[in-house]
Structures are given as C-alpha cells and as structure tokens.
Design a protein around this ligand. Structure first.
Ligand code: S3P
Length: 450
C-alpha cells in the first residue's frame, strides 16, 4: 500500500541515452527546518523553492496545528507567520506526520519545552520506527512521553512546564536526534549542549544561527560540541531552499549507468555533511564533474554533470563517510551492481531503521534481479557485474520507502530485463516530479494497472 492511497505499480525498462537538464526539487531537510524555525520566529518568514513533497506538506500542516500561519503562495513560494520561541499553542487534533521521521522528530523537539500536550502518529512505516532515541533526551528537559511498546508511535508528549537545559551526548549518528535536542533547548533557560562523535548534517545549526540564535560549534576530542543559548528571540528570515543532493542522486546515478548519457543537474547543495555520495562515485571512477561552483545562502552549490561511466570499479566506502551519504546507500548499491568488483559498505547500522530496513529491502531486490549481495548487521557488499551484464527481471517491493522505490526504478533503466515495483506511491513523499523529470531525460518508467 502507498502511504497516501492505493498502490501504484510501476515498470522501468532499459532506455536510450539520458540527456538534458534535471531540475530536482528543494532540499527536504532544509524545507522541514524552514517551516519549523519560521513557526518559532517572530515576523514573516518567506520561503522559496520549498519541497512540496508529502513529508514537508505534513510538517506545514503540523505547524498550523501548533498556531503558526502557514501560507502556500504557489510555485514553491510559502510564508510562515511565527508564534515565537515558547509560543506554540496546544493542537486540538492528533498530529499526523505521515511517512516523515524528520518531521515528527523535529516537531517533538520543538514542542517538548512548552507546557502543552500533543499526540503524534504516522503511516505504517513511521509507526514502526524507534522514537525513544528522541524522547529519551527530551525527558531530560522535563518532557514526558507515552507511546506504544518499544517507544513507537502513536505517542503523546507532555511538554515541560519548567524546562531545564540539557547536556547530551548523541549515542547514534543522527541529525534528527541532534536537531530535536537543539530545538527543545530553544525554550530552556541557559545553555543546552549537544555533543556528536560523528558529524551529521548541520542544517539546524546553520539555520538557527541565521534566525539569530546564539549557537557555537567546537571540535573537541569527543567530537562536535554544539552550544545553544536558550530563549532567544528568533527573527523571521527569507530562505531560498537549495536543490536536494539526495534527490539529485537519482538522475546523476541513472546517467552513470545508462549508455551514452550526459545529464546536467543544476544548483545542487554540496554541504560537506551531505555530499558523501558524490565523493564516493568519483572514487569509483564516475565521470562526474562539479561545474559553476559557488556559494548560495551560505551553502556550497554546484551544477553536477554526469556522463555514462562504463569503467567504474567497486571500492570500500569509508565508514566515517556514512553520515554524509546515509540516504544515498540504496542508490549507490544499484550503481555498484554496474561497477566491476565488490563495493563494500561498512558502518551503516542506521540504514536498518530508516523508512524501511534499507539493507534488507535493497539486498532482497538486488538478489532477485540476479546480483550477489552479502550483508551483516552494519555492513553490506554488492558484487558488481559490469555494464550490460545485470539481469533484472524481478518484481521489487518498496516497503513504503521512497528511496527504495526510486533506486529500483533507476536499476531497471540499465538491466537486461525490465524491473517492476509493487508500489511507486511513496516517491511522492520526497520527489513528486520524479516520473516526469526522468521521462524528460529519456527514461521509460511506466505505471502499470494495479
Ligand atoms: C535527516 C536526517 C537523517 C536522514 C533523513 C533526514 C534530517 O536521519 O536519514 O532523511 O533532515 O535531519 P537520521 O537523523 O535518522 O540519520
């Protein structure tokens, strides 16, 4: 089942060269944060290039439920009239975050230090994911959470009426956990300190500074020490959301594996905490160049140019790079099938608790399509067959996971037999224009009768 309707079966068939420009939508992480920080500010935050995927639309709806005025002006232009730090109203309905772990975890953090109660739920995927990683640190502020067995949604949070600041070492490499703690720290008096051993995406820190919070990051032996001074007045901002490097991964990787391709993917945010896939692809010998490198809104940005790369080789992806490409391993595993030799991906335990168990979902589908994959709890290895040698022909399962669905559709663009998918519905959570954009490049992804 799709998260928001009947299943949408799809088939991807080998195609001619992919060519042209691929204008991918706005960054999902920055889009969520723009709405949430806008809601916690005083004044009108103006956002352009907002990702209008279902995940972000669910966060917009949630911000309205907490009292912010969120307006869609069309064409990716949105505005948010915020209620200020500590100004959230108590929602009079259950907050449904759909498929979005980022949405629910960040919103939980944002409300945890206000004296209000809110109940959260999501789709079958989100309701199966661990929330204790967020509610444990939020309880240190004085917030109480009651959920299902194993700390799962649906879950009710009672925000702290007299929050205290927190000093927290994040036990897993997770930007969502880090961000939830920082957003909770906004309404606690004094300094909240978050320490992360491995650097994860730093959009929350950058954006909090941009909205006027006092926030510093120091590199120490323990890792990155982030210190936030609580109870600032956040000031509304104008935000131009950069295009999403995680969405760009699909047209880029498709171009690398489809013979004759040459695709330009303009304006992609290459924040080092996000760009690990592109470094990895270049390490594998991909013909991938950064053109027109520039800085926009404080973030490094480039136009990515990807051309067919028949001579890619398997590598061991450094585990310390994992956090900077955590959402891209499903797509990488497909590229690895077309490279020569083994691509070994260690240090990726977190893949097991995403929208699906991404190692299991990809390994199963790749094996069904004739590719050898070995896996353990926190690693997997794909044995590449080289161009023209990947069989395909199987029906893959998307498990309510947009990135799994798109990865298998890219696989089918270069396999010997078409690849089918049980449900492409989840693609709309992060990349609603995927089918049209890929078709414009020359891909053959079709919807099948349900
Ligand atoms: C995200 C953080 C990552 C990532 C997710 C978006 C964010 O999750 O997988 O798609 O915007 O903070 P984790 O924090 O669980 O690693």
């Amino acid at each position: 089942m799709s998260s928001h309707g009947a299943p949408i079966p799809m088939t991807s068939t080998a195609c001619g060269p992919l060519t042209g420009r691929a204008e991918v939508p706005g960054d999902k992480s920055i889009s969520h944060r723009s709405l949430i920080l806008g809601a916690l500010s005083i004044g009108e935050t103006k956002i352009s290039g907002l990702l209008e995927g279902q995940d972000v639309l669910d966060t917009a709806k949630a911000m309205r439920a907490f009292g912010a005025e969120v307006t869609d002006h069309g064409g990716g232009n949105w505005s948010v009239h915020g209620v200020g730090v500590g100004g959230f109203a108590e929602p009079d309905q259950v907050i449904d975050c759909g498929n979005s772990g980022t949405g629910v975890r960040l919103i939980m953090g944002a409300m945890a230090t206000s004296p209000i109660t809110a109940t959260f739920t999501g789709d079958a995927s989100l309701n199966g994911r661990p929330m204790a990683r967020v509610t444990d640190p939020l309880s240190l502020f004085g917030c109480e959470a009651v959920g299902r067995e194993g700390g799962r949604l649906p879950m009710t949070l009672v925000g702290a009426s007299q929050p205290v600041p927190v000093n927290y070492v994040v036990p897993v490499p997770s930007a969502q956990v880090k961000s939830a703690v920082l957003l909770a720290g906004l309404n606690a008096p004094g300094k909240t300190i978050v320490i992360e051993a491995e650097a994860t995406r730093d959009h929350t820190e950058r954006m909090l500074a941009g909205f006027g919070a006092e926030i510093t990051t120091e590199i120490a032996d323990a890792g990155r020490v982030i210190t936030l001074t609580g109870q600032p007045e956040l000031t509304a901002q104008t935000i131009d959301v950069p295009r999403d490097p995680s969405s760009a991964a699909f047209p880029v990787c498709a171009a690398l594996i489809v013979p004759g391709s040459d695709v330009l993917v303009p304006g992609i945010g290459l924040n080092p905490t996000r760009a690990g896939l592109y470094t990895t692809l270049r390490d594998m010998g991909a013909d991938l160049t950064y053109e027109n490198e520039r800085v926009e809104g404080g973030e490094p940005v480039a136009d990515l140019r990807a051309r067919f790369s028949p001579d890619m080789v398997g590598i061991t992806v450094p585990p310390e790079r994992a956090a900077s490409m955590i959402d891209e391993y499903p797509m990488l595993s497909v590229v690895a099938a077309f490279a020569k030799g083994d691509t070994h991906m260690p240090g990726v335990r977190e893949l097991r608790v995403k929208e699906s168990d991404r190692i299991d979902a990809m390994a199963t589908g790749l094996r069904d399509n004739g590719i050898t994959v070995k896996d353990g709890e926190d690693w997997w290895t794909v044995t590449g067959l080289g161009h023209g040698n990947v069989p395909g022909g199987a029906l893959c399962v998307s498990h309510l996971d947009h990135r799994i669905a798109m990865s298998f559709m890219v696989l089918g663009m270069a396999t010997n037999a078409p690849v089918r998918l049980d449900d492409g519905g989840p693609i709309a959570t992060s990349f609603p224009i995927f089918e049209g954009l890929m078709a414009d490049l020359g891909a053959q992804v079709t919807r099948d009768p349900a």
